[in-house]
Design a protein around this ligand. Sequence first.
Ligand code: ARG
Ligand code: ZN
Length: 462
Amino acid sequence: MRTTGINRAFVAFITFLPVLIYQTEAFYIKNNLTSQYEYDGVPIEAGVDISDAIMVKAVEIPEETVTYEGSQVWRVLADNDQGEFVSYLQETGEVSKWVGTESVIDVLVRPDMIPRVSRFLRERQIKYDVMIPDLQQAIDQENPLPSPEELEELQGRKGHKMEWSSYHRLDDIHGYLDYLAVTYPSICSVMSIGNSFEGRPLKVLRISKGQPNVPSIWIDGGIHAREWVSPAAVTYIIDNLVENSDDLKADYYILPVVNPDGYEYTFRGDRLWRKNRSSPEKGGVCIGVDLNRNFGYKWGGLGTSKQPCREIYTGTSPFSEPETAAIKNFFDATAGNFSAYLTFHSYGQYILYPWGYDKRVPPDYAELEEVGRASAASMKSATGDHSIYTVGNSATTLYAASGGADDWAKAMLKIKYAYTIELRDRGRHGFILPAKYIIPTAQEALAAVNTVTMASLKNYKN
Ligand code: ARG
Ligand code: ZN
């Protein structure tokens, strides 16, 4: 997580495109003061906010790229000692949590911290495995891009640049949605339901044959910027629904990238960015809100933080962010009869139903469990890899986290089948899933969509 001089010089001298940002963020990173990466969605009480101690001064400096040279990702088998390890993490502020359940925690360990953290764990006989020995190398190898010639060729042949052997930039994804609307006007239409903080459109594709009395299904991806396989899988689902439109049984509303600013930032600035890119409050220094803590049900409860530097920062109020507000406004305005709300994340291979705000379940949880299990079964047989997906309510299965989209969809919109699906993998690559796994992962995601569609039809008829 150091900033490279080379990158800086490159940006400054080659592109001559200095960007006005708050110097404090870079200052923060350089001086190891950041707590940006401390916890990824974990129910841990807030620590000390150091942001007040730092002077804010806006100066013109080039945008910098974060490097993970020498950083590692460890899987800590914490069992009983988890509490102690977690408070240790919090104190150091240099170890960031990727994901974790009550017994297993994946953490990103910066190079200078490796000796200290390993000593801490060894002294307590806490077991850990090195999952990713060189994170920057993993990042560099994750996404071999098609050559510009190949992309031009695609554009010429197919009319868009989308394909699923690599992760694509936002422009390619949006270009693909626009292409579908122009090419298949009888079933596809694109609408922008609002703009992101930095002004990018939030493009929803509607796929519908205009059949009367069919359920509507919402699908989204990319609410967390670094979970690249999510938008990739969602666009793959789109491709499949459109290609097989004769079989369409429902109306689909699909937002492949809920967090376009964050998504683009993971290509330009920091591959491991999670939140959106909204500006700090007056006097603050840290950028971004966790959009999956910003929805208006049980907002600010367990598994959230009021500290802007945290990965699980709630924002200033429910729907304070343009991205979540746009989704809310869309549902306020739509007449659609929604039976399902599927939001795709990575990683861990979980099918999660409400509630996430606490270890409780809704009255109809048995049906959610049943359809979840049917989805897991269809995902398992979707590819030769026989992937295992774990089903359960999210607070119990993963960890408590309030203000999530799924809980809001269930409680406030009264949408029956509200699921968060954590796609591949189970930790070998984590967020840095090599592009060759996009297609099998997306096939699993598609299988889940088809299973939930079937359940929605049944439920709709009753
Ligand atoms: N990884 C997701 C997150 O941390 C899980 C969300 C599950 N849903 C929930 N309402 N907690 O945002
Ligand atoms: Zn996520």
